[in-house]
Design a protein around this ligand. Structure first.
Ligand code: HEM
Length: 411
């Protein structure tokens, strides 16, 4: 099939996007989507160039995106303005020097030493979650493990009570649906109402941390050091929405895909059990081959030629990490899952350049802690439904399994 036979807005293509990516890389590496006018960048080298050239490929894409999808004056946008806090471009939606202002407090909080100190704590959550299902011999791995692990970690880092985790999850799902561009009008209204709840809740939490700073992530975010300018509440809430979705859904996706890949490749699972020193490389290979963030946006600040296509000024560009990570010009046999692949870590699942994911170390550690214990404690793991019954949530930008029923023997 050729590239024009596919549409990224088609849920069937979202379910299995890889033949579409391959066709794009082969035929039109910078492909203009006829449905939206977005330009998709699919090859590894081109993507690297886009991510590094922040002057030409700007992250201030929110108004171009809103214009393209007709959301600029929608009643929902007006509702935020009157009842809540109008979302403002923050962090991932900004360029330097504004980006630097948002990024500084985030970098303070995600240090290597903090993540290292968190290892026993993450191991503890992993162990408790496995205790919760191991005696049943079967479980929905998404529900019992891949969702709660990052949710608990992020709730604790935010310093909000575990009893509020279901609310965090609901708000995270609402924010993800808003990015995914696949909502019905009814869901759109529900999402807006839930995001208002989220704003009201975190307005209270931020006000509290400003008055009573604690040793948690949100206190770092509101702390203003000499020479820095404080973020106002609209900016704090927009930052918060990125921390919540970033810290949550993506890691859930990777945990579930990691388990599915092992079940689909018993030889690779046996290899990992035989030599657990492959665990870090295994994590990179999972992120490479099933990238939870399939793509994100940029907007061009001038006419620019890329991969033989002229992209006009003001166009929305989709940086397709998941396609670059399977580019045959960069990775040998890219569709093969090989836990000992030498250059697995060269993937761009966490992006590259100034917007490189600040949570990468934390996400990697959650995956390492998870799979180290899962492989120790579960034997003979297999799917408990036919593979054809597995499905991902519809989204143009993210990839996450809805459920993953498995059965196993307790080791
Ligand atoms: C497997 C898990 C994860 C994946 C695949 C992932 C992926 C990404 C990617 C691709 C970007 C780059 C955005 C760009 O190029 O514009 C990014 C940025 C970001 N991620 Fe992650 N992420 C993960 C986990 C996390 C976690 C655990 C957190 C927070 C706790 C987080 C928070 C963020 C934030 C705040 C940004 C924006 C950074 C900026 O624009 O400077 N992510 N992530």
């Amino acid at each position: 099939m050729s590239v024009s036979d596919y549409s990224l807005t088609d849920p069937a293509v979202q379910e299995c996007p890889y033949p579409f990516y391959e066709a794009m890389r082969r035929e039109q590496p910078v492909y203009r989507m006829p449905e939206t006018g977005f330009y998709i960048v699919s090859r590894y080298d081109d993507l690297k160039e886009v991510l590094r050239d922040v002057d030409t490929f700007s992250n201030q894409f929110t108004s171009a995106r809103a214009k393209a999808i007709g959301a600029a004056d929608s009643p929902i946008t007006k509702m935020y303005q009157t009842k809540g806090w109008a979302p403002v471009p923050a962090l991932q939606q900004t360029d330097p020097p504004v980006h630097t202002r948002f990024r500084r407090p985030i970098d303070r909080t995600f240090t290597a030493s903090r993540v290292r100190e968190m290892v026993p704590y993450i191991d503890g959550i992993v162990s408790d979650l496995i205790d919760g299902f191991i005696d049943n011999g079967e479980t929905d791995f998404v529900e019992s493990f891949a969702v709660p692990l990052p949710c608990y970690v992020i709730a604790d880092q935010f310093g909000v009570p575990r009893s509020d985790v279901p609310k965090l999850k609901k708000w995270s799902d609402a924010l993800m649906d808003q990015i995914g561009m696949m909502m019905s009008p009814e869901r759109e209204q529900q999402v807006a109402d839930e995001i208002l709840e989220f704003q009201t809740y975190f307005d209270g939490v931020f006000e509290d941390r400003m008055k009573n700073p604690q040793d948690d992530m949100l206190s770092d975010v509101v702390t203003v050091l000499p020479g820095e300018e404080a973020l106002d509440m609209n900016e704090l809430l927009s930052t918060m929405s990125q921390l919540l979705t970033g810290g949550n859904d993506t890691t859930t996706g990777s945990l579930a895909e990691g388990m599915l890949l092992l079940v689909q490749h018993p030889d690779q699972m046996a290899k990992l059990r035989a030599d657990p020193s492959f665990i870090k490389n295994f994590v990179e290979e999972v992120l490479r081959i099933e990238s939870p963030v399939q793509g994100l946006m940029r907007v061009t600040t001038r006419d620019v030629e890329l991969g033989g296509t002229v992209i006009p000024k003001g166009a929305v560009v989709v940086v397709r990490y998941a396609s670059a990570n399977r580019d045959e010009a960069r990775f040998d046999c890219p569709a093969e899952f090989q836990i000992d692949r030498k250059d697995a870590g060269a993937h761009m699942a966490f992006g590259a350049g100034i917007h490189f994911c600040p949570g990468a170390m934390l996400a990697r550690q959650e995956m390492i802690s998870a799979f180290s214990q899962l492989l120790d404690r579960l034997q003979d793991v297999e799917l408990s439904v036919p593979e054809t019954e597995l499905a991902h949530f519809p989204s143009m930008f993210h990839r996450r399994l809805k459920s993953l029923p498995i059965r196993f023997r307790k080791a």
